[in-house]
Design a protein around this ligand. Structure first.
Ligand code: SF4
Length: 452
């Protein structure tokens, strides 16, 4: 999405020229950039390349402001300024100014979340917000030289530095090296505990405790952490007595529902805004109580706004029943409420359907722990642990919500060949159906636990 938004931002700089040399042709890209900077007819350079003191950068847009005056423009597929962007831009400015390029302005271009698409072409000057961030960037100017020295030292050492994986690995988002760096950690390593706080981590680390099994009985823990401790110590599932009280009201008969949505930065349909959640697929399994499952589903054609058809097909599938509809998170409830606000004529019926939703996630989180959860209550951890043999490993291509959203955007773009679209649709249908089957499996496993 970031690449796509970067290309759309080019529309704001008529007369701009793209540096053709790719990321692994940096020297060529630097030469190309120099030539374009020397040509006064070039108003802006896209993907401008620079190198200074061993640091290489590519600048999204370098805008010519005067004969020896430039503006650096960083483009982000985000709806607001984040501190990490300042660091990103600061290193670019340091490289450019270190090499003698005079910057008179530094801007961040981000998506205007209030923009609403109409029926015509997108007005890119309204779609993007441009904010001057030169002052924020300048606060890094003294910090950068020692940081760069340190990073270059790490690279020169040839071996990765010895850094213990810790809370910093997921400070902004989970580091992509997480599986690699934690491959030798035990299943009950304290960082695998759900809801671990900094205070708890520091106290346990100071006491030399790295495994859940070694946590003292009197250490203050959240209930889900306590459940993990008990399961790890006993080697058996932890099942809270309360499970027997909450489960009987959940059926069967019961329905099991899952949605897939996409939130494109550039709105796909008139009347929608950047990053607005667009539901495009649902899967529904129904268990009438005789252990036979009936499945139905909807996947939009992607030729127009799918929300109305999504609603109408879902309401039709559930209208003639009043059984509980099991979901796994508040997500489906939020999507339905947004649809109720969008389609006033369907509002009452959507809200009646919404009132039937039963969220299994808090029931699982509060009432059960299996050692194979490894600290995660995601359906993809819980279902295979509670229902051995069940999993997602055999799915081809789409096996995760973000990938499903990207697959639908690809279909909606109209740029893929028909065979590929057919494959993507098959993958989407298989994935969403697997998610509702996971719910069925989890519900069955919970019911077995209370009948045991
Ligand atoms: S997971 Fe990432 S942040 Fe954590 S130690 Fe490994 S490389 Fe560093």
């Amino acid at each position: 999405m970031g690449d796509q938004i970067g290309r759309f931002a080019h529309n704001l700089f008529p007369g701009g020229v793209l540096v053709e040399a790719g990321p692994r042709e940096h020297s060529d890209a630097v030469l190309e950039t120099k030539k374009l900077m020397a040509d006064p007819s070039v108003t802006a350079i896209f993907e401008a390349a620079f190198e200074h003191a061993g640091v290489r950068v590519r600048v999204d847009v370098l805008e010519r402001l005067g004969s020896d005056s430039w503006g650096l423009r960083e483009v982000k597929a985000a709806s607001r300024l984040k501190s990490v962007y300042i660091e990103d831009v600061a290193i670019q400015c340091w490289v450019l100014e270190g090499g003698g390029t005079h910057l008179d302005s530094v801007e961040l271009l981000h998506v205007n979340s209030g923009f609403e698409r109409d029926h015509g072409d997108i007005a890119w000057d309204q779609f993007f917000c441009r904010i001057e961030i030169a002052d924020e960037v300048s606060t890094f100017s003294e910090m950068l030289p020692p940081m760069v020295d340190e990073f270059l030292g790490v690279i020169a050492a040839g071996e990765p530095p010895e850094v213990e994986p810790s809370l910093h690995c997921r400070a902004r988002h989970l580091c992509e090296y997480w599986d690699h760096c934690t491959r030798d950690k035990s299943d009950d390593w304290i960082l695998r505990m759900p809801r671990l706080t900094r205070k708890q981590f520091d106290s346990l680390s100071d006491a030399g405790i790295a495994r859940v099994v070694d946590i003292p009985e009197d250490f203050s823990l959240h209930s889900s952490q306590r459940h993990m401790c008990e399961a790890v110590r006993s080697g058996e599932d932890f099942v809270e007595h309360g499970l027997a009280e909450v489960l009987p009201g959940t059926g069967p008969p019961a329905s099991y529902l899952d949605f897939e949505t996409t939130n494109p930065a550039v709105p796909l349909y008139p009347g929608t805004r950047p990053f607005q959640n667009i539901p495009f697929q649902w899967s529904l399994h129904h268990d009438a109580g005789d252990a036979r499952l009936v499945h139905c589903e909807f996947l939009a054609e992607a030729t127009g706004d799918p929300r109305r058809e999504f609603c109408e097909t879902l309401l039709a599938a559930l209208r003639d029943r009043d059984d509980p509809i099991l979901v796994y998170s508040p997500f489906e409830s939020r999507v339905l409420e947004n649809l109720a606000l969008s389609f006033t004529d369907l509002r009452d019926e959507i809200r009646m359907l919404r009132a039937r939703l039963v969220d299994l996630l808090p029931i699982v989180r509060d009432c059960i722990y299996h050692v194979d959860f490894h600290g995660s209550f995601s359906i993809k951890s819980v279902a295979p642990a509670l229902a051995p043999g069940f999993g997602y490993g055999d799915l081809d291509g789409v096996a995760e919500g973000g990938v499903a959203a990207a697959a639908f955007r690809e279909i909606a773009s109209g740029e893929s060949n028909p065979e590929h679209v057919v494959r993507l649709r098959e993958q989407l249908l298989a994935y969403c159906a697997r998610d509702t089957l996971a719910l069925v499996q989890v519900h069955r496993a919970l019911r077995e636990r209370i009948s045991d």
